[in-house]
Design a protein around this ligand. Structure first.
Ligand code: HIF
Length: 305
């Protein structure tokens, strides 16, 4: 395949000062007492991931380049329900710094949010360009279905080019935010401090006694999820939750050892998470010598520096 230069060595379409100014403006809007648990950080992380998670390594289509969610074809995908909030929150920043592409802004905002919520520094490189129409928007159905289990996770994440360890490391992002009944049909946060990044998700997966809870009428095909309470929580307190896909990590011989490692070693989790989230937001972003990404997937793929 073509010789490709690592993005850190390419020309940047923006100056360092420009990127720093956007980061600062994203940091400034994270805290929001009227939204969810007081931060828009988690939904920004989900925006960065759903932008990127449509990638298919075989056809070299999808991924964050293009910002396809601006179009109904991708933005209106039920899998992306709720992400319009994230995009609206970022709109004033896009208006102020109109030189940045949406595709760059959405991925950058995700890594800024992770860092600001106590997570690791994730490498981010500019150069994504926005589609001019919806002709190259990837088809719906590429994002994971939380009602399924490990075979489905492997099908989805192997398609993007991830291995088992990377799937588990990535999953730790569910330490952030919550499920909303009106968006996904699931409900509640995974951890009791969902705006602080840590390895709590892995600890709770192993430690708590999770019970199946049906949401609505089972006979009508409604979802179920796992719920549990911490010792100090009352019956009236909102329980913690795990999706069927989250729990499947503990029910799989290859995934489970990684869940245990990350539960024991937060530094290892942070290091592996930073690497794999950095890889996620680079999927399908193939830049030419000018530092800009094309939409034909032909510039080739860089290997880690
Ligand atoms: Fe999520 N994810 N995700 N996710 N996700 C939800 C919310 C968040 C999956 C399903 C859901 C990842 C993988 C998977 C975040 C980040 C990441 C919700 C709830 C569902 C159903 C949406 C809602 O109702 O608002 C599935 C099946 C995945 C495959 C394992 C990533 C690894 C964990 C890649 C990832 O980074 C974040 C953050 C949220 C919280 C959003 C919020 O609004 O608070």
């Amino acid at each position: 395949s073509a010789q490709v230069i690592h993005p850190s060595k390419l020309k940047s379409p923006y100056t360092q000062e420009q990127v720093a100014a956007v980061k600062k403006d994203v940091e400034a809007i994270l805290k929001n007492k009227d939204y969810d648990d007081g931060s828009i950080g988690p939904v920004l992380v989900r925006l960065a991931w759903h932008s990127s998670g449509t990638y298919c390594a075989e056809t070299k289509t999808g991924g964050s380049n293009g910002a396809g969610m601006r179009y109904e074809k991708e933005g209106g995908d039920p899998a992306n329900a709720g992400l319009q909030h994230a995009r609206v929150f970022l709109e004033p920043i896009k208006e102020k710094h109109s030189w940045i592409t949406y595709a760059d802004l959405w991925t950058l905002a995700g890594v800024v949010a992770i860092k600001a919520m106590g997570g690791p520094e994730i490498e981010w490189y500019p150069g994504r360009t926005d589609f001019v129409d919806d002709a190259r928007v990837p088809p719906r159905g590429r994002l994971p279905d939380a009602a399924q289990a490990q075979d489905h996770l492997r099908a989805i994440f192997y398609r993007m080019g991830f291995n088992d360890q990377e799937i588990v490391a990535l999953s730790g992002a569910h330490n952030l935010g919550r499920c909303h009944a009106d968006r996904s049909g699931f409900e509640g946060p995974w951890v009791n401090n969902p705006t602080r990044f840590s390895n709590q998700y892995f600890k709770l997966l192993i430690k708590l006694k999770w019970e199946k809870k049906h949401l609505g009428r089972e006979a009508q095909g409604a979802h179920w999820q796992w719920i549990a309470r911490l010792p100090h929580m009352d019956e009236e307190d909102e329980p913690l939750m795990m999706l069927p896909t989250d729990m499947s990590l503990t029910l799989d011989d290859k995934f489970k050892p990684w869940v245990e490692k990350y539960a024991e070693d937060q530094d290892l989790f942070f290091k592996d998470f930073a690497a794999v989230f950095g890889k996620l937001i680079e999927l399908g972003v193939t830049r030419d010598e000018s530092g800009l990404a094309k939409h034909d997937g032909k510039a080739g793929e860089y290997k880690s520096a």
